[in-house]
Structure formats: C-alpha cells, structure tokens
Ligand binder design. Structure first.
Ligand code: AMP
Length: 212
C-alpha cells in the first residue's frame, strides 16, 4: 500500500503519521526528516538543501526526487509506505508515478488534511520537535513533561524554520507551489479530503475511514 499525506505545513501530517504508521504497519517516509538528517550528517545533499530550507524555499525537484526514489528502493519500503511532505510539486507527482510504474506499483490513496491558513501560522509557531521526528505543540498538543518527548524521552527543540516569519513564508510557498497537486490526485479519483481542524483523535479516525 502506498499512501501519500497531503496538507500545508502545520496541518498535522507529522502527528498523524505517527498514529497511521503504528495502526497500518507501513513505513513513514518524511522528505523533511530525510533532508534534516542529511544536514546533520553534513552530506553534499544536506549542504545544498540547507540553504533552501533556511530560506523557507523548496529544495530543487531533482534532488528531492532522487532522495525519495532511493529511499523507496530500501527493503523496508516493501511492506507499504506513508509518504509525508513528498510530493510537493507537479513534477514530483509525475516523477513518483513514473518511479512506481517501473516497479508495477502506484499511489493507492492520497489523504488531504485541510486546515485554514490563519490557524496554520499559530500551529507552526508553537511547535516543538523531537530529534526522532515526533511533534508537539505548546498549546494544542503539549508533551507530558516540558520539552521532553513522551515517546523516547529525548529533548525537544524548535525547528529554525518554525518562527512566525519563516512559517508565513513556507505557507506562501505551499499555497503557490504545492496546493495545485491536490487537483492532480482528485482527477485520479484517489483523493480523500478531511477536516484537519477537528481534535487529533478524530482526524486520525477520519483518515483511517478514508482507507477502509
Ligand atoms: P517539512 O519538514 O515537510 O516541513 O519540510 C521542511 C523543508 O524541507 C521544506 O520547507 C523544504 O525546504 C524542504 N522539503 C521537504 N520536502 C520537500 C519536497 N518534497 N520538495 C522540496 N523541498 C522539500
């Protein structure tokens, strides 16, 4: 099963991925987490990507596509995949379809978590992240202990692109460059849109219902 999770930064893709990964037994592949890992390891890709990410811009398609195609070729991806943060542009959608076609696979379902723009800025600017990718919000989804991840006890940090100013820029990029891909999956008849402003557990429930 290949599922893609669509929605603006701050829509709750990371939070929901944690639940869906456990419930469905698929592998969660987040393009943002992979890129941050490249930056931490100081790879060539990481060095190039960092400049774009610090400026709230998308990393060029060819770099991200190669990174995801390589990740999809790893053995654990055979048990099913939940893609989060990729694709983000129409060329990425088409490259994904081509890569999957070569393996006689396809995207089975596109889940779209819809949240109004003004709420997204508030969500991003109060967000705290664990080095393993688990996400919290100081108001809407706080950890049990201040700045400590509930799941693995690691210290939470604020992503450098989660400041108010950078969040607004990332959202502008999303509405301009990524929103058009919703239509791509709607036209294919595999889009399921859900209201991302409902409580976290209800959003999970709605997402699971889409997959029934
Ligand atoms: P995210 O963790 O999904 O919010 O991604 C953080 C940043 O990584 C984005 O603002 C982009 O700079 C970059 N990025 C992540 N995924 C992609 C993608 N599919 N295409 C281009 N850039 C990406």
């Amino acid at each position: 099963m290949i599922i893609i999770l669509l929605g603006a930064p701050g829509a709750g893709k990371g939070t929901q991925s944690e639940f869906l990964e456990r419930r469905l037994g698929v592998v969660h592949i987040s393009s943002g987490d992979l890129l941050r890992d490249h930056i931490r390891r100081g790879t060539e890709l990481g060095k190039v990507a960092e400049g774009y990410m610090n400026n709230s811009l998308l990393v060029p398609d060819d770099l991200v596509i190669d990174m995801i195609v390589d990740r999809l070729a790893e053995p654990d991806a055979a048990k099913g995949v939940l893609l989060d943060g990729f694709p983000r542009t129409l060329p990425q959608c088409k490259a994904l379809d081509n890569a999957l076609h070569g393996q006689r696979k396809r995207v089975d379902q596109a889940l779209y978590i819809n949240v109004a723009r003004d709420m997204l800025v508030d969500r991003l600017s109060g967000r705290w992240t664990c080095p393993e990718g688990h996400v919290y919000h100081e108001k809407f989804n706080p950890p049990k202990h201040d700045r400590i991840c509930d799941i693995d006890g690691k210290e939470l940090f604020q992503r450098p692109d989660d400041t108010r100013e950078k969040a607004e820029k990332r959202l502008a990029v999303y509405f301009e460059q990524t929103l058009p891909i919703i239509g791509y999956y709607r036209d294919k008849g595999i889009l399921c849109e859900i209201d991302g402003e409902r409580p976290i557990e209800q959003v999970t429930e709605d997402l699971l219902n889409c997959l029934k």
